[in-house]
Structure formats: C-alpha cells, structure tokens
Design a protein around this ligand. Structure first.
Ligand code: SR1
Ligand code: MG
Length: 398
C-alpha cells in the first residue's frame, strides 16, 4: 500500500484517486500536471491540474520546518490553517482561497487553485507593482478584524474562537523570530559584515527596543481579531486581469492585534521599496511607498462601513470607533518596524533583499533598518502612514 505520509508528484495521482471528494475536483485518471511548488520555510505544496482545466492545490505540512529539518513543528498546523481559512472565508470570501477539504491522517489541506494569479512579492521584484493590491488587503484585514472581533461576534462566541484557534507553537515562533531574536545574539540571525554596525545600532537603541518590547506584549496579550499571522507579500496572490487579490498561507494565524497584519504588509512594502532604491529605481520606490497609506486608508474606510452593524451600539458610541482606529493605526507602524527588522537580521529573509548583489544588499539592509527605526519611534509624532512613508522614502534615498 502506498505511503502518503510525505506526498510526492508520483504519489499524488493515487492519493487523489483514493479521496472521492478530491477526485470530483480533478480527474486523477486524466491529469495534465502535478508540480511541487513550495518555496516557503514550512510545507510541501502541489498544484494539480487535469486535462479539462480543473485544478486543486494540496498543501501538506511536514513534521518539521521545510527549510530546517532539524526544527520540529507540529503537523496540526494544517488543521489549524483549515479552521482559520474557513473563518476568514466566512467574513471575506473575496480575499481568501476556498478550502475544499482537510485530511487529518496525512495533514493535507486541499484548497482552491489560484494558478492564474501571481505571488505579489515576485511581481514587485520584477517591477510590476499592482497598486490595487494594497487597498484590497486593507479591506480584507478590516473585514476579518471586524468580523472575528467583539464588534462582529457575540463575546462568548469570540472567546470560544480564541480558544479553538489557539496556535501556541506557531505564535511562539513569531514571538521569537519577530520580537526577540533580532535584538540579541542568536544562531538564527545572519547579516552581511558591512551591516554589523547597523545591527549593533538597532540593539543599542533603547527607545526602539522599548517599542518592540511593548509591541511583543500586545501581540501576546491582545486578542482583538483572528489574524492571518504572516501577511507578507509572499502570502498574497494578485491578478490584474479581472482584478483579484487573495491572502493565502495563514498557518501562523491566531488571535492578536489587528495592526500586526497591517504592519506585515507595510513592512514588506518598505522592503520592496528598499530594493527598488537599491537597483536605481527611485520612482518605483516612491510609487511603492504610496501603498502603506492606500492599505491603511482602505482598512479605515471598510471598518467604518462595517461599524453601524456592530454588536451592542449602546455601549460603543462613535467616539469608540475613533479610538479603536487610532490605536490600530499606531500599532501598524510599530509592527511594520518589527517585521522589517526581522527580515534583515533574523531567520527567514526575503528575496527582495537577498537577491541583490552584496553591495546593493548592504545599502538596502541599512536603509530598511533605519526606516524601521523611524516607523517605531517617530509614529508618536505623526502616525499617518503618508507622513511616515515620506520619512521612510527620505531614509531609503540617503
Ligand atoms: C521556520 S521559519 C518561520 C518563518 O517563516 C515564515 O515565513 C514565517 O514568517 C515564519 O516566521
Ligand atoms: Mg508562509
């Protein structure tokens, strides 16, 4: 009997044939292609297509990180991802892939094939910005933020969901990789020798480390909404024809502060802009740096649109909305800072920076670290993403 513990392109057809629900999606006896396309740190990802043009994606978790077989990570993450995707689909079917099924025996999640889309990070690196994606993601975070929080769910239901979506092992990875390791000596860290003074400056900056420490506390303690948890540009599909934007791969998701997801997008836009500057494309860098404001403005507008439907308006007057939105805006900037810094110093880098030649990479990394510092500390002077992006643009251009 074939062992499906670790799928391969060769065993996928038989796996499909033995799963009636999946065999309805693609015809296992008439497959055109089975390709393993996973390039992240975690899982196997197969895109399966039959000759009639039907497709499905099978995502199988390994019992360890894909990028480090010596790092055990629970396979239950696939089940948790299925739960989270289903919950996000409930509140915003426009911006996430559909989940077809989950096979607990083999840790396989079957989801919608979005092969007609492209990964946003690759598009940004290739110079195709897809400006519209920022506002779509803002709407996605607003719908999820509102719909899974106390304004969209009765409190007992929300508390139940906080418990049932507990993702302690993976959120601990985020706590370590995003908020702790970059600020200390750690074997996971790496950077160019030329960036050593920049890293030392980050670690010695008490005002910055204080901001990051407080952001870590809020990440752990604040259960504002059911986050995607890893909303970088490599977790976003974009398609310009028949415009479509989908957030995928939320295996790090759990309840947390909404600004964490917005900050993740923002950080990756800063990194994309740092690359554009480094390859001598300042206009494109400036174009990319208009997107954090587009993201936050769309978030704000969508959250305001949903506000009249909030549960118990008697005790949540409109002044509360202003306070909530102001808090999320302020949070977003510090999470953008944390997520930028971790991609430069810590484990799990980004191709925007890593594929630059070393000289350009050193400058881009320096600019990104200084820009991140400004986001975390200067947000208290003016938290508007437009103002902060002007500051970031000036730093990247230095
Ligand atoms: C084991 S590596 C974990 C990291 O990879 C993912 O991209 C997440 O960002 C996570 O922090
Ligand atoms: Mg991922």
């Amino acid at each position: 009997m074939t062992d499906f513990t670790f799928l391969t392109p060769e065993t996928v057809p038989e796996y499909l044939a033995q799963n009636a629900a999946l065999a309805e999606l693609v015809d296992p006896s008439d497959l055109e292609s089975v390709a393993e396309i996973g390039d992240g740190n975690m899982n196997l990802v197969f895109v399966v297509r039959d000759r009639l043009g039907h497709g499905v994606v099978l995502k199988q978790s390994l019992p360890h990180a894909r990028s480090d077989p010596g790092w055990p990570i629970t396979r239950d993450r696939s089940r948790r991802e299925a739960v989270l995707l289903t919950e996000h689909f409930r509140v915003d079917s426009e911006h996430v892939p559909a989940v077809y099924s989950f096979d607990a025996d083999h840790s396989v999640l079957a989801i919608e094939d979005l092969s007609d889309h492209s990964v946003w990070r690759g598009e940004l690196i290739a110079g195709r910005v897809h400006d519209y994606a920022a506002a779509e993601l803002g709407r996605y975070v607003a719908r999820v933020g509102f719909g899974t929080g106390i304004f969209g769910l009765p409190v007992p239901d929300k508390r139940g969901l906080v418990a049932s979506t507990n993702n302690a092992e993976l959120t601990e990875i985020t706590e370590d990789l995003v908020f702790s390791e970059p600020y200390v000596e750690h074997e996971h860290n790496s950077f160019l020798p030329g960036n050593a003074p920049d890293v030392a400056a980050i670690r010695a900056d008490r005002a910055l480390v204080r901001e990051i420490g407080n952001a870590k506390i809020a990440f752990i303690d604040n259960t504002q909404a059911l986050l995607h948890g890893d909303l970088h540009t490599g977790s976003v599909f974009v398609r310009s024809e028949g415009q479509s934007v989908r957030a995928f791969d939320p295996e790090f998701g759990a309840y947390g502060p909404i600004g964490f997801d917005l900050g993740a997008v923002w950080a990756n836009l800063v990194l994309a802009a740092a690359r554009a500057e480094a390859v001598g494309e300042p206009k494109r860098a400036a174009q990319i740096l208009t997107l954090p404001a587009a993201l936050l403005d769309a978030f704000d507008a969508e959250y305001r649109r949903l506000w009249p439907s909030r549960i118990d308006p008697r005790v949540y007057p409109d002044e509360v909305l202003e306070d909530v939105l102001a808090g999320i805006r302020l949070d977003s900037a510090v999470y953008a800072a944390a997520k930028t810094i971790r991609r430069i110093i810590g484990f799990a880098k980004v191709a925007d920076i890593e594929t630059l030649d070393p000289e350009a990479r050193e400058g881009a990394a320096r600019g990104a670290l200084r820009a991140a510092r400004a986001l975390a500390v200067e947000r208290h002077d003016d938290p508007s993403p437009a103002a902060l992006s002007i500051r970031v643009g000036a730093i990247l251009a230095e």
